[in-house]
Design a protein around this ligand. Sequence first.
Ligand SMILES: C[S@@+](CC[C@H](N)C(=O)[O-])C[C@H]1O[C@@H](n2cnc3c(N)ncnc32)[C@H](O)[C@@H]1O
Length: 217
Amino acid sequence: MFNWNDKSIKWFSDSANKTTFHKDIAKEIIPYLNNNDTLLSLGSGLGFLERQLSPYIKSMTLVDNNDKAITYLNAHKLDNQQIINISAQEINSSYDYLLLSFFSRMYIDDSYHIYQKMAKKKIFYLINERRCDVNQVFSYFDNKNIKYSYKKMKLEFNQVLQKNEITDFLDQYYSFASITKKQKLLDNLINIDDETVIFKNNKKIILIIIDLGDKEL
Ligand SMILES: C[S@@+](CC[C@H](N)C(=O)[O-])C[C@H]1O[C@@H](n2cnc3c(N)ncnc32)[C@H](O)[C@@H]1O
């Protein structure tokens, strides 16, 4: 279960600000957007991707049910953004686009029909290739005859850490990992100076673009 706290917010925003991770993903989504349209983002987290997309859209609604994420989103809110603190399941309106950025395992709990109702034109669905069975994801969409395209991307999301943060960082993000895996992660740290290391993180992600063919036409 994903949970934001002061440390994870600091780590995530540090990396997001120092890398082009969200800008590179936005570049792939922007060509599909129309600036008269609306976008709903579920499980927006800290909203880094949404802020990159904001200039290309009329209005966007960001939904999260974590109080700390909502506080961060409100502190960084742009003029065309509405921030809502509710559970995604409570949304019953429809928007032109739906963004699910590392949110939802619809291919496991078979919840596509819920998200499909929230979008008229396209669903932008981001998944982490290392955290799911990609064949299972594509089979799920294929079996439902869903029209989609996808783009695989390898993007850097390196983390600069103080040495005294390493244990907390591994507990936060790699609590599921075996001792061998954790040791491998420790062996790969790059020493910067006596106090600082870089945790190399090359994320393999897939952007899936589901085409709903504009239900309004
Ligand atoms: C893995 S994070 C992804 C955050 C962000 N979209 C990103 O790409 O960095 C999942 C987010 O979903 C939120 N979340 C989890 N369950 C939720 C729910 N039922 N309704 C709304 N938000 C939820 C969490 O608080 C967290 O911010």
